[in-house]
Write a protein that binds this ligand. Structure first.
Ligand code: NAD
Length: 320
């Protein structure tokens, strides 16, 4: 069995690699060649969350599980609150193939998913990027979005405004003017909005969102979390990584519970990637990508990390 340590991931997997791997696996899901298993997510007490996301990509011969969660005491100890490791198995024998550090990979694959949605669903003339959230993932989201579209500027809002300058520094690095704005300004100015917070109540209300906007809602990955008002999903065309997760732990859970949206109304982004389903129909409709985060994203990027590590002799071999 091989170990690919967290500390080596940055030199092995680029944002472009993550984008290509996630695009490929979303397409495999849409073709029925790959599937995710039900998510296990348990509260351990004291704000700690622990769980498993697993799945199989038959086409890519990848089987595995991401284990990990959220450990709020870590920051004080100099560690990231979100901790995860990916385990890959031989799909024919079940033998363990590798353990791959999953922290940076999680950020890369999550940012790749929203960037894919922007590439496929945002209006061709989208110029202003709005970001709601300024935590660990937000910077990855900004970088990935800027890779797929040419934006003129970034407007951002965060519940904790003191966190915004760090995101502004990333925008400056990308050569993009950055402005902290109110939610009203963000909704009226942004053509594309990424939400990436740990909110449990709608931040963006229906009145904030103008027609033609594309929203990538990336923060809601657990029952009870919410970033945008259910009414917005009721009048939008809704896309997702996986419909089962979207209606249970994703942003769509609230619109479905309120009877504003049915699972059958939600389109997997993979089907847009393969061309089986249309993306945006008309410039002035609202499109929403409900990015819940699926196991196959984790496995796809972990498989890239493993094969690069093997090529470069970086993977640590251990006997099992
Ligand atoms: P973080 O702890 O670094 O940042 C949290 C962000 O949420 C900050 O901007 C903070 O100001 C904001 N926030 C906190 N409480 C809030 C509230 N009550 N209302 C509004 N904003 C609030 O977290 P992160 O690593 O950046 O992750 C952000 C979210 O994305 C988390 O909910 C995480 O679970 C989720 N996530 C989703 C995926 C996916 O695939 N969809 C992957 C990774 C993380």
């Amino acid at each position: 069995m091989k170990i690919v340590p967290e500390a080596r991931i940055a030199e092995l997997v680029t944002p472009a690699d993550a984008y290509a791997a996630v695009e490929q696996v979303f397409a495999a899901m849409a073709r029925g060649e790959a599937g995710n298993f039900p998510v296990v997510r348990e509260a351990l007490g004291g704000g700690r969350l622990y769980g498993f996301k697993s799945g199989i990509d038959r086409a890519g011969a990848v089987l595995g599980v991401k284990a990990g969660g959220y450990f709020p005491g870590n920051a004080e100890r100099g560690m990231t609150n979100h901790q995860s490791s990916v385990f890959l198995f031989d799909p024919d024998t079940g033998q363990p193939r590798a353990m791959v550090g999953g922290n940076l990979l999680t950020a890369l694959r999550t940012a790749a998913a929203s960037a894919l949605s922007i590439a496929h669903l945002a209006r061709a003339d989208a110029r202003v990027l709005g970001i709601v959230g300024a935590g660990h993932q937000a910077a990855f989201q900004l970088r990935a979005a800027a890779r797929v579209r040419t934006f003129d500027r970034v407007v951002a809002w965060n519940l904790h405004p003191d966190m915004l300058p760090r995101l502004g520094a990333v925008a400056a690095e990308l050569g993009l003017p950055f402005q902290a704005v109110s939610l009203e300004e963000l909704g009226s100015e942004a053509d594309v909005i990424i939400t990436i917070t740990s909110s449990f109540a709608a931040i963006l209300e229906d009145g904030h969102i103008r027609r033609g906007t594309h929203l990538a809602c990336m923060g809601t990955d657990t029952a009870g979390k919410q970033e945008v008002a259910a009414a917005i999903l009721g009048r939008a065309r809704v896309f997702t990584d996986e419909v089962a997760q979207s209606v249970s732990i994703g942003e769509a859970q609230h619109a479905v519970a309120a009877g504003l949206l049915a699972a059958a109304d939600i389109t997997p982004l993979g089907a847009v990637i393969t061309g089986a389903q249309p993306g945006r129909h008309v410039p002035d409709e609202i499109t929403i990508f409900d990015g819940t985060g699926v196991a196959l994203q984790d496995l796809a990027v972990a498989a890239v990390a493993l094969s690069r590590a093997e090529e470069r002799g970086i993977a640590v071999e251990v006997a099992v």
